[in-house]
Design a protein around this ligand. Structure first.
Ligand code: ATP
Length: 345
């Protein structure tokens, strides 16, 4: 594998010919060897960003893309030496698995003996040795995606760009292939840019996640940063489940419809507090609590019970309880929020 590549996007915006503004000017530094995930709702500009890195789209005038500090903005895709993997696999149906994997090597005129070794190495890496002579039409979705990965990696690209590679697969296969891709990216130490709208996938794969909204970067951070310290309301609501209590602070106490809690933080202007389902405890004995609610729904999920609790807000609170107590709709319950999990935005 070649030494890992750093990628820099500087003031890259994109306006399509029909006037669609897909990206506002974005700046993004992708470090050598890291896996960066572009995450966001449909139409936020993830694929456009990836295609600009690949060289399939040009940024608007003034935008620049650098590979290891060298301006490649006008370098065409075939000279950028990046590997690409798509949701649709994009394999050649009239070639065998081995021929697909060897395609890029042939284009690069690699001697046959060397190419044969490389193909064998890729087949072994993706654990598809037995499929070498199969036609693409005889493969399952998961096998197709392994071949597509092997084909992308065979040419030893400087970076690997993946656009929703697991979206077409069923949930179980997606989980196992995600683990495999994670292992592969760590093993290869290759710079990877991975596009998804699936936050679980983003959390599992990304060294850092770039959350995008309407052609802008809403936040860049580690999965933990993004989940525990969202920079704004959009990120807070887009990633995972977020609870909200609206109220106000008087004399060091936060008052809301559910009751009150002592406020130790310096931010006295807070009008609402946010927290995750795992950062609130529910108790059947409610006398000790300063916050209360009425159980709306309780769904037993085996390892936990997901409980919706009405607290006089527009939305009920979502709470994950590990208690053995069988909460029922209509129960009046006490609520204790873990202060460490409180986010104010
Ligand atoms: P998805 O998850 O649905 O693939 P995305 O975040 O990858 O979405 P993009 O494909 O980057 O989003 O598209 C961003 C915006 O640019 C969208 O509004 C899309 O309709 C628009 N767009 C993409 N390609 C073109 C094009 N060739 N011409 C005009 N508009 C385009």
């Amino acid at each position: 594998m070649q030494a890992s590549l750093s990628i820099s996007l500087q003031q890259c915006s994109k306006t399509f010919a029909d006037g669609t503004r897909a990206l506002e000017p974005i700046n993004l530094e992708i470090h050598a060897g890291e896996t960066i995930v572009l995450l966001g709702p449909s139409g936020c500009g993830k694929t456009t960003t990836l295609r600009m890195i690949a060289g399939q789209e040009q940024p608007d005038k003034g935008g620049k893309i650098l590979f290891d500090g060298v301006d490649v903005t006008s370098v065409p895709i075939e000279k950028r030496n990046v590997g690409m993997v798509f949701q649709s696999y994009a394999l050649f149906p009239n070639m065998t698995v081995a021929e697909n994997i060897g395609y890029g090597l042939k284009i690069r005129k690699m001697p046959a003996s060397e190419s044969k070794l490389r193909i064998a190495e890729m087949l072994a890496m993706m654990q598809i040795e037995k499929l070498a002579d199969r036609q693409i039409s005889q493969l399952s979705g998961g096998q197709c995606q392994r071949v597509a990965l092997a084909r992308a990696i065979a040419v030893r690209p400087r970076a690997l760009l993946l656009d929703e590679p697991l979206t077409a697969l069923d949930a179980k296969l997606r989980d196992s292939l995600r683990l495999e891709i994670n292992g592969l990216l760590r093993q290869l130490k290759i710079t990877a840019v991975y596009v998804t709208h699936d936050q679980t996938e983003a959390m599992a794969l990304g060294d850092r996640i770039v959350v995008m909204e309407h052609g802008r970067i809403a936040q860049i951070g580690s999965p933990r940063d993004i989940y525990q310290r969202p920079a704004n309301r959009f990120v807070a609501d887009f990633i995972g489940v977020m609870n909200r209590l609206n109220g106000n602070i008087r004399d060091g106490i936060f008052y809301c419809n559910a009751g009150h809690l002592h406020w130790h933080q310096s931010d006295a202007a807070t009008r609402s507090i946010l927290f995750r389902p795992e950062d609130i405890k529910i108790t059947e004995t409610h006398e000790q609590s300063t916050l209360h609610g009425i159980v709306n729904t309780a769904v037993f999920m085996g390892d936990r019970t997901r409980i919706l609790v009405d607290v006089g807000e527009a939305q009920p609170l979502v709470i994950d309880s590990h208690s053995r107590y069988d909460f029922k709709a209509g129960d009046r319950v006490g609520l204790n929020i873990d202060f460490r999990g409180i986010i104010t935005l």
